[in-house]
Design a protein around this ligand. Structure first.
Ligand code: SAM
Length: 221
């Protein structure tokens, strides 16, 4: 149950010096202005984060994963990469948490520039749709955490879930879809299909995928 993992009482209490010791050498350095900007929700074995870490070496990023053993594996993976590649992978970390409950404990308003939902669990039955990580209610939370102009990336091999995620994003007043040209120009979009373990499995099996990539709207002033 949730009681088995600690949850910071506010984003200010996230222990940056434990996650990113290279950037925050002491607990006091928590007050530094550098903040987590990318969140991979349900990161699984961490493949996307590992790719992003070297593509955006100065951006702090975190995976949020519910399964304890999987989270431990990702931690070990990152530590091993840090050892074998001195100076690299210092910007990536993982936390065991329930992202459906605790996003506001980790991120302030407009803190994130990218959020990822790669191959989330489908929860097929209608009565279980409320367990989906993209929903109208959760998009309100994500719209709060993602800064104007920030991007939400989703992909799935389950057509029905793909349509659901797209329609939730399409119907939400705070998100707008990227144009084909923008999708083409964004190097991160290319990672969605292949960077994660689930994506590689789907592609090995020749499965189709369905993407929805939306921008947090910039309010008119
Ligand atoms: N994104 C990874 C990939 O593409 O390989 C993993 C996909 S896997 C099908 C879905 C992951 O989401 C699982 O690792 C699961 O434990 C995690 N998950 C499900 N619900 C979650 C929640 N509420 N909070 C955090 N992680 C969750």
């Amino acid at each position: 149950s949730d009681s088995h993992f600690p949850v910071p009482i506010s984003p200010h209490h996230v222990e940056y010096s434990l996650h990113y010791p290279h950037f925050f050498p002491s607990p006091d350095s928590n007050s530094s202005s550098k903040k987590i900007e990318f969140a991979d929700i349900g990161c699984g074995f961490g493949g996307l984060l590992i790719s992003l870490a070297t593509l955006f070496p100065d951006t702090l990023m975190i995976g949020m994963e519910l399964r304890d053993k999987v989270t431990e594996y990702v931690k070990e993976r990152i530590l091993a990469l840090r050892v074998s590649n001195p100076g690299q992978y210092q910007n990536v970390s993982v936390v065991r948490t329930n992202s459906m409950k605790y996003i506001p404990n980790y991120f302030e308003k407009s803190q994130l520039s990218k959020m990822f939902f790669l191959f989330p669990d489908p929860h097929f039955k209608e009565k279980n749709h409320r367990r989906r990580v993209i929903s109208p209610f959760l998009l309100d939370e994500y719209a709060y955490a993602v800064k104007p102009g920030g991007i939400i990336y989703t992909i799935t091999d389950v057509e029905e879930l793909g349509e659901w995620m797209k329609s939730c994003l399409e119907d939400h007043p705070m998100f707008e879809s990227l144009t084909e040209e923008e999708l083409e120009a964004d190097p991160v979009v290319k990672l969605l299909s292949f960077a994660t373990e689930e994506g590689q499995k789907v592609s090995r099996n020749g499965g189709q995928t369905f993407k929805a990539v939306y921008r947090r709207v910039v309010p008119n002033v």
